[in-house]
Design a protein around this ligand. Structure first.
Ligand code: ZN
Length: 322
């Protein structure tokens, strides 16, 4: 049976860094707040020097469990534009908007994408494994999005939609620079489309039965659907919960049943549990996949395109391993 990759994505709960200095509008730049790091990078590409950007949930921080501070409220209070992912991702945002007294324009970057249900992957993948059933799916992933999968950015075609929505919203808020937003967005869209085509081709060259990704954090549904990768849900290794003995045993069984050959360690999550699984299964832990956050500046995954490149490269290597 072909190899499978167990990817335990980056779900971070690392020490909170001080919020970035809040942007002001004295310099004539449009003050914009983006909710989290991946969105922030897309906004930066489109907004360029015409905006002053604050990102609420910075790199290597967990947007799912984010707790805004008064400093975040002040930053949002000064902004004229707020860019959110939508699809239920930023559950903490309505309270922050109210606390900040934000009265500006909100851009929902995901507007127009085809939303996935969190249980779509179960419907889509009859893997022929008796232990891959609905009882196991999605328990312990720590998401609560009313059944809608918010991780639409993991498909670069959706990233194109994000960039254009952001350009349109910035242009409406700041018509003087509309042409510049449009031009930067279209240049960026070309880069996204190029990367999308490249990776689609490279992944399609891998036999389909090797393109299997197992993850505890339901963040790769859009990715899997877009790039022909089967995504298995596994239970018990969310960043928030200590897995039970039963969950651990279930994972070990799955890893063996699916001949998973690479474990991708979760940063800030249950590294200890994963080490234990690695020891029990003899599978060598690999790197990490980025789900909801960029890496810190200076790392390849510090941009949206860099993150995508990193993730797909990691998977390609694992799928190709002998
Ligand atoms: Zn997530």
């Amino acid at each position: 049976m072909a190899g499978t990759v167990l990817a335990l994505c980056v779900v971070v709960g690392i020490a909170p860094s001080a919020a970035q200095a809040a942007g002001a509008s004295e310099d004539g730049r449009l003050p914009v707040v983006a909710s989290f790091s991946i969105l922030g990078d897309i906004v930066r590409e489109v907004g360029g020097d015409d905006i002053r950007l604050d990102v609420l949930v910075g790199p290597m921080r967990d947007a799912h469990t984010f707790e805004p501070t008064p400093k975040d409220a002040r930053a949002l209070g000064r902004a004229r534009v707020l860019v959110v992912n939508g699809l239920g991702f930023e559950s903490w945002m309505p309270r922050l908007v109210e606390a900040a007294g934000f009265k500006g324009r909100t851009i929902e970057a995901s507007r127009g994408v085809q939303p996935r249900r969190l249980d779509d992957e179960d419907e889509a993948h009859g893997h022929g494994s008796a232990d891959h059933d609905h009882d196991h799916a999605h328990a312990g992933h720590g998401h609560d999005h009313g059944g809608v999968d918010p991780h639409a950015w993991q498909d670069l075609a959706n990233g194109v939609i994000y960039a254009r929505n952001i350009a349109r919203g910035l242009a409406e808020a700041d018509p003087v620079h509309a042409a510049a937003y449009e031009a930067r967005a279209e240049a960026y869209v070309r880069a996204l489309q190029q990367a999308d085509a490249d990776w689609r081709q490279r992944l399609a060259a891998i036999p389909a039965d090797r393109r299997v990704l197992a993850t505890s954090h339901d963040a790769f549904g859009y990715f899997g659907a877009a790039y022909g990768i089967e995504v298995l849900s596994v239970v018990g290794l969310s960043s928030e919960a200590e897995p039970s003995a039963r969950a651990m045993a279930d994972l070990v069984t799955r890893i063996r049943a699916h001949h998973i050959r690479a474990l991708f360690l979760e940063q800030g999550g249950n590294a200890r549990a994963l080490q234990q699984i690695a020891a029990e299964t003899g599978v060598k832990p690999g790197g990490a996949l980025y789900a909801d956050t960029l890496d810190l500046p200076g790392h390849e995954a510090s941009t949206y395109l860099g993150m995508f490149h990193w993730n797909t490269q990691q998977l390609l290597q694992a799928f190709q391993a002998p």
